[in-house]
Write a protein that binds this ligand. Sequence first.
Ligand code: PMV
Length: 310
Amino acid sequence: MAQVITATAPGKIILFGEHAVVYGQPALAAPVYGLQATASIQANDPGSGLTIQADDLGLQLSLAEEATNALVKTAYLVLEQLRQQEPDATITIRSSIPVAAGLGSGAAVSAALARALAAYLGEPLGDEVLSALVYEIEKLHHGTPSGIDNTVICHGKPVYFVREQPIETFHISRPFHLLIADSGIASPTHIAVGAVRAAWEKAPDTYDRLFNQIGAISRAAREAIESGQTAALGPLMNENQVLLRAIEVSSPELERLINVARAAGAGGAKLSGGGRGGNIIALTRRKQIEAISQALKQAGARHVYHTVVE
Ligand code: PMV
């Protein structure tokens, strides 16, 4: 049987600093290894060209026919980068990362595909090159992404991210537990980002002040994580949420889930990602995971995931 090469990439969650990161403030994000995209590549008949099969997404694509598709574009970018011809092979994509939920599904699928294809061609991509390549694809999804998704997902490490700065990872002294609750409300990131930009253009001083305050929270959170003061993260999440509400990216449904998590014992909670829908995250102790998950589900969360940031 022909050799199969498999590559993976994790999902991601933004811990602090979403939106403000677009305006140059720092944000913290971490990979979520419990959710991942996998790409397997295997030789196919001579002359068949490269096909991409993504059953989870209901897609079967051939390179020749679907030049505008993001997965096909990813494959083209890899071939261009490596100056190689399209191989006769089939790439199969699987992903357990929910789509359009702020968990980095698009970036992870592209990263897994690019990794698998480059390895198949005998020239594995370094994380930095991979990240730059996936950023090109992110631009198709989001317009003007900050680059945080591709950075965290391609490096697979918690990242202190400042736009257009070299990647900075940070040390997690004490692992901590998060619950990620999906509101089930689809909210395309570029729409939330566009609305914040329109509001910033109308009231730049007010918004710059709010972004600065969010940046200060990200810096404080990094310090707390590095020094093992994980209990301090709860109040910082709550403060970040107040500011996210002020820039109008929260919603009644997100507020409800956040309040339920706090009432059930979470140390703090906030929305994560673009907002207006998508996910909230809640800081929990190990022994509270079950109770808080239940409360979130009863309050209408579509899915609740547990992850350890370590
Ligand atoms: O919705 P997500 O998880 O893709 O995150 C968007 C994060 C923003 O800061 C709102 C936008 C960005 O490009 O960083």
